[in-house]
Design a protein around this ligand. Sequence first.
Ligand SMILES: NC(=O)c1ccc[n+]([C@@H]2O[C@H](COP(=O)([O-])OP(=O)(O)OC[C@H]3O[C@@H](n4cnc5c(N)ncnc54)[C@H](O)[C@@H]3O)[C@@H](O)[C@H]2O)c1
Length: 254
Amino acid sequence: MTDGASQLLAGKRAIITGGANPRGIGAAIAHQFLAQGATIAVLDYAYPDEAEPALAGGRVNLHCDVASMASCEQAVTRATQALGGVDVLVNNAGIVAATRIWDLAEDEFRRMLDVNLTGTYNVTRAALPRLLESDRRPAIVNLGSTAALRGGGLLGGSHYAASKGGVISFTKALARELGPRGVRANCVAPGIIETDMTLGKFGENWEQELKQGIPLQRFGSPAEVAQAILFLASDLSSYSTGIVVDVNGGFHIH
Ligand SMILES: NC(=O)c1ccc[n+]([C@@H]2O[C@H](COP(=O)([O-])OP(=O)(O)OC[C@H]3O[C@@H](n4cnc5c(N)ncnc54)[C@H](O)[C@@H]3O)[C@@H](O)[C@H]2O)c1
């Protein structure tokens, strides 16, 4: 914990989606945001649906299925009540699947877009009135993926790549539309990060081969993605909007 004067998110009230998995990127974001002075609402469909959740230690956990607008509106209302407002939104909740196009059924394609892309829209739309009334330099940070930039091909199929490509385009358009109204919008594009999405999924030979092809010769950690998100959520990035920050060890340089 740093002292209040040097904390990057002192006084900021943040919503982070997809933070229930303790080994995930969302948990690392929550940890760093708290350490940097934010109060946070963590939204995840893995949390129970409680009518009056309480803020404890600067954090409240709220049930939310990002694929449902009604669920997002309810969770954002509860988050606003608990936090007193919203200055930062991190759309991190997401799913992945490697299904190749010849096996990809319509319902699986739609579900991927419902969670990753429509989910990002749903939470953003629900939180937007709160972000627009914030006088604390509001910011949105969305989770893209290297898969969107290099054409999937690893653990993400075409539906995953398309959903994350949509998130990146959505973010760029938000930056244009919301910049004049004082809200920044940026994206982080992680490469291969050691979470449940990736751990043990490649098999030893493929994993070694992949690491040798990465200039930094290793996979990334959730904390390293959270650091980039911290930069984009904080006033350190006050003149950046519509950008995509790669966190991929050089795996995809473009
Ligand atoms: N791990 C990687 O290598 C990697 C790479 C690129 C991008 N990403 C992106 O980073 C984000 C976090 O991934 P992670 O690796 O921490 O995954 P994870 O599976 O550990 O965490 C995802 C979280 O999202 C939640 N979630 C899933 N569907 C939801 C829904 N409908 N509503 C609410 N919550 C929901 C899960 O409960 C979980 O807590 C995702 O958007 C993912 O696509 C991850």
